[in-house]
Design a protein around this ligand. Structure first.
Ligand SMILES: NC(=O)c1ccc[n+]([C@@H]2O[C@H](COP(=O)([O-])OP(=O)(O)OC[C@H]3O[C@@H](n4cnc5c(N)ncnc54)[C@H](OP(=O)(O)O)[C@@H]3O)[C@@H](O)[C@H]2O)c1
Ligand SMILES: *[C@@H]1O[C@H](CO)[C@@H](O)[C@H](O)[C@H]1NC(C)=O
Ligand SMILES: *[C@@H]1O[C@H](CO)[C@@H](O)[C@H](O)[C@H]1NC(C)=O
Ligand SMILES: *[C@@H]1O[C@H](CO)[C@@H](O)[C@H](O)[C@H]1NC(C)=O
Ligand SMILES: *[C@@H]1O[C@H](CO)[C@@H](O)[C@H](O)[C@H]1NC(C)=O
Ligand SMILES: *[C@@H]1O[C@H](CO)[C@@H](O)[C@H](O)[C@H]1NC(C)=O
Length: 358
């Protein structure tokens, strides 16, 4: 009994990697806390919604005009995050591969807040050339940039390769966002200097990052896997996301930039990302876990919290769950691993995009 319970809880609960070493009693206590939505030091918990969080941060938003870029906002957690922050007056830029879907979202946002400013652009995050094109297009608009939410993500059981001939999950979830952040970071630093408002980068990660062991985290194998496993590829991309956030946080600090970067686990939400999934979380486990699953609005709350809350000011290189700082895995905390990944990615992108060695 306890073992099936542990399995379900380990998938859903934020601290799953620790759970495996906890006894059943401690586990029950953690589960009860999650189920009851008991709030942490931030005043929010697992049941807080994006709108509640964004609303209570509104004084920060209303006083100054903020601009945010949110990727993957055409569905799920990203769409709800965009709606909640736009409602509070943040100007949102939505880069999407499906402009028609993006236009529908814009309609929905405008229904909620007729004054909301929503800008749509085209991007395919799996393509380095497309990301570069979007960044140049955005920079040409001459807008400030306060918030960047790297939210788009895929989870695919089928091995596919991107236009650049990299494994699709890694290309979309990690490489595309790496380039996006790299090309926009100067703009964020500049905006923070000019406005005196701290810039914030938020990366959507997942607890699943903790499933990756050191022996299956090799850069070249992630680009060109031999035995593809969708769950593993997804977990690897999410680990890469946290490592990257940590490395960039260090670099920003060294530059004295008033820009922070943090990673977020939104909770497990039944969004489009599970569309194609039979094997990963089966329907029966979904059924058992349905009490533990979050609504999309609850899933978007942690992104909104880290993007807007004054409580997060100055915090960088951290990992958040349920609007609360949390622990990530040992490997995700490894600074030399983070440094190596950053170097390898940089070299790869230099080679591909600029045909120059780093
Ligand atoms: N749902 C969960 O339980 C869960 C748990 C942990 C972490 N997360 C993370 O949370 C984030 C949001 O997930 P979600 O559950 O909201 O997923 P979702 O509903 O499937 O939304 C994913 C979004 O990413 C976009 N996207 C995918 N590939 C893209 C590409 N190549 N170029 C541009 N956009 C692309 C999708 O655009 P289209 O509309 O065009 O498909 C969609 O807007 C992801 O990073 C995910 O890994 C989710
Ligand atoms: C929030 O984090 C603190 C440590 O910073 C921890 O003591 C507390 O249990 C967490 N709260 C929840 C609801 O997870
Ligand atoms: C996370 O943030 C880093 C640093 O800004 C970025 O380069 C990286 O690609 C991001 N990853 C994702 C998946 O958002
Ligand atoms: C960074 O931004 C915060 C406001 O978001 C501001 O209080 C602080 O003074 C800024 N720091 C610097 C060095 O500009
Ligand atoms: C894929 O990887 C996951 C996580 O590492 C593992 O639990 C699962 O059994 C693997 N699936 C297959 C078909 O090998
Ligand atoms: C993280 O782990 C440390 C040590 O294991 C613990 O003291 C701390 O409370 C944990 N923090 C959270 C937010 O869970």
């Amino acid at each position: 009994m306890c073992s099936i319970y542990m399995l379900v809880v380990a998938i859903v609960l934020p601290c799953c990697f620790e759970i495996l070493s906890l006894n059943c009693g401690t586990l029950m206590k953690e589960t009860l806390r999650y189920l009851a939505g008991i709030v942490g030091p931030s005043g929010y918990g697992s049941k807080s919604t994006a709108e509640q969080v964004a609303h209570s941060c509104s004084y920060l938003v209303d006083s100054q005009r903020l601009t945010a870029i949110i990727t993957g906002a055409t569905s799920g957690i990203g769409a709800e995050t965009a709606r909640a922050v736009a409602k509070r007056g943040v100007r949102v830029v939505i880069p999407a591969r499906d402009i028609k879907k993006a236009a529908e979202l814009k309609e929905r946002i405008r229904k909620d807040n007729p004054n909301a400013e929503v800008i749509l652009c085209e991007i395919d995050l799996s393509s380095l050339a497309s990301v570069k094109r979007f960044c140049n297009e955005f920079l040409a608009l001459g807008l400030p940039l306060n918030i960047l939410i790297n939210n788009a993500g895929i989870f695919s059981q089928k091995l596919e390769f991107s236009e650049d001939k990299f494994e699709m999950t890694f290309a979309t979830n990690y490489l595309g966002h790496y380039l996006l952040t790299e090309m926009l970071i100067e703009k964020m630093i500049e905006t923070a200097e000019q406005t005196g408002i701290q810039g914030r980068i938020i990366n959507l990660s997942s607890v699943i990052h903790s499933w990756v062991g050191r022996d299956c985290f090799h850069f070249n194998q992630m680009l060109h896997p031999i035995n593809y496993n969708g769950t593993r590829a997804y977990a690897q991309s999410k680990l890469a996301t946290i490592l990257h956030a940590k490395e960039i946080a260090k670099q920003l600090k060294a530059k004295n930039a008033n820009v922070t970067i943090n990673a977020v686990h939104p909770g497990i939400v039944k969004t489009g990302i599970f569309r194609a999934h039979k094997g990963f979380i089966t329907d029966s486990i979904f059924f058992i876990a349905s009490k533990l699953l979050k609504s999309t609005s609850q899933g978007a709350s942690t992104s909104c919290y880290v993007a807007l809350s004054p409580q997060v000011e100055g915090m960088s290189g951290k990992y958040f769950v349920d609007c609360n700082e949390s622990n990530c895995s040992v490997l995700a905390n490894d600074e030399s691993e983070a440094r190596r990944l950053w170097r390898q990615t940089r070299a790869l992108i230099r080679r591909r995009l600029y045909q120059t060695p780093c």
